[in-house]
Design a protein around this ligand. Structure first.
Ligand code: ATP
Ligand code: MG
Length: 425
């Protein structure tokens, strides 16, 4: 026997029972983008490897150990995108989209990271991302947060998520802070966990992210970034907070909130939940004014965010429970010799007359009882039964599946009109 082939670890099938909820969330996101005047951009899944090395930074977790990179047949190093921001900036530069104009863009699709698969963490996962370009002020940062807050309201998740907010200041402010932090931590080097000791020379700000208890104790007395911010950074952050206060959006100032990626400055934010265990960040974003220039463009301010769609759907399921939707409004049963064709034609007539009606036709025959079972399972409100008599007489037997009502026989030509008057549909 040949060996069974299965999906790759960390790469998930999204099965028919789940795709309905995915499509619903995607539709909500699409409507949200329309309501804010954002445009969709569709980007390739594979990019040349140096894009990510340059954009994300050589000494980040992603570039060091999480990328799916391979040489194509021509010997070029390619990478399955681990995130969308670098790709979006690459496309904007290539097509002059940020030249002398602002942009408000969104995209959605799979991302790839070689991580240890667990609940809420996969090797192929999906992000919904928003990127804006050309706007310096805190107003656009605020708009993004207002937009995400609206999304949680629409999805009924406001109670399940909280907003964490921080500012990273500018590169030179961070450099001054970094120097002070390194000087302080060097004095406690032996008390830090191994990862943090290594990061002391590679990416010291990431130490602020450490979950190690010993390291956290040392961090309690470490220098703080806010003390290194100058007037401009401070004013930017204060103005953002003022808008959020005005909109009644609660947030927690979290000075330890740094981003996994190197290119952020000023605003960083995350929407987090306690309902998903360790993988609690549903949405992460921030400002990255340096990235466009870093990738060879003219200096262009930018701010964006990304939502992990698997986590969003897990959170929805945790809050609202699994919901099974009906798959049809009307089930057409065809019982007996010569009824299958007429059943399909009746269904076509109904779809012509009622474009929103969901009609499921029994195909493949079967007894009345088995078809009735299928009708019930479909969630349909009506079963329209075509037996041999009905076909001969041009009628349909209408059965109410969700109400205790007598079956009724109607002319096939009257069916569409009858269904139009049914409030249950
Ligand atoms: P985390 O701290 O959870 O690893 P991150 O900082 O690596 O997240 P980002 O690069 O900011 O995440 O990606 C934005 C969002 O994408 C995350 O907040 C999360 O919702 C989602 N995400 C990131 N990595 C994964 C993954 N491996 N599987 C599923 N979702 C993910
Ligand atoms: Mg990560």
């Amino acid at each position: 026997m040949s060996q069974k082939i299965t999906a790759i670890r960390g790469f998930n099938d999204i099965l028919p029972a789940e795709t309905g909820r995915w499509a619903e969330v995607e539709a909500v996101l699409r409507d949200l983008m329309r309501a804010y005047g954002y445009h969709e951009i569709r980007l390739p899944i594979v990019e040349s490897t140096p894009l990510f090395a340059r954009a994300i930074g050589e000494v980040t977790d992603i570039v060091e150990k999480e990328m799916y990179s391979f040489n194509d047949r021509g010997g070029e190093s390619l990478t399955l995108r681990p995130e969308g921001t670098a790709c979006c900036v690459r496309a904007c530069l290539e097509h002059g989209l940020t030249y002398n104009q602002t942009q408000r863009l969104w995209y959605t699709g799979p991302m790839f990271r070689y991580e240890r698969p667990q609940k809420g963490r996969y090797r192929q996962f999906h992000q919904f991302g928003v990127e804006t370009f050309g706007m310096t002020g805190p107003d656009i940062d605020a708009e993004l947060i207002l937009m995400t807050a609206r999304l949680w309201r629409v999805l009924g998740l406001s109670e399940a998520v909280t907003l964490e907010l921080n500012t990273l200041g500018e590169a030179h402010e961070r450099a001054a802070f970094r120097a002070a932090l390194v000087a302080y931590l060097e004095g406690h080097r032996t008390q830090l966990d191994d990862d943090s000791q290594r990061r002391l020379t590679t990416n010291p700000l990431r130490i602020l992210d450490s979950k190690d208890a010993g390291t956290r104790a040392i961090l309690a007395d470490a220098p703080r970034l806010p003390d290194f911010l100058e007037a401009d950074s401070r004013a930017h952050f204060d103005a953002l907070c003022a808008v959020l206060d005005g909109a009644g959006i609660a947030y927690r100032l979290n000075p330890d909130l740094v981003r996994g990626l190197d290119y952020y400055n000023k605003t960083v934010f995350e929407w987090v939940t306690t309902a998903l265990g360790a993988q609690g960040t549903v949405c992460a974003g921030g400002r990255y004014d340096g990235l466009v220039e870093q990738l060879g463009g003219q200096a262009t301010p930018a701010v964006g965010f990304a939502i992990g769609l698997e986590r969003l759907l897990l959170l929805q399921a945790a809050v609202q429970g699994e919901q099974t939707d009906s798959e049809a409004d009307v089930f057409v049963a065809a019982v007996g010799e010569g009824t299958a064709g007429p059943a399909l034609l009746l269904a076509e007539q109904l779809r012509d007359a009622l474009p929103d009606l969901r009609v499921l036709v029994n195909c493949g025959g079967g007894s009345f009882k088995s078809q009735f079972k299928k009708a019930d399972k479909s969630g349909a409100h009506f079963a329209l039964v075509l037996g041999e008599d009905e076909v001969k007489n041009g009628t349909v037997s209408v059965k109410w599946l969700r109400e205790p009502r007598e079956q009724q026989v109607l002319a096939q030509t009257a069916m569409a009109e009858f269904l139009k008057t049914q409030h249950a549909l």
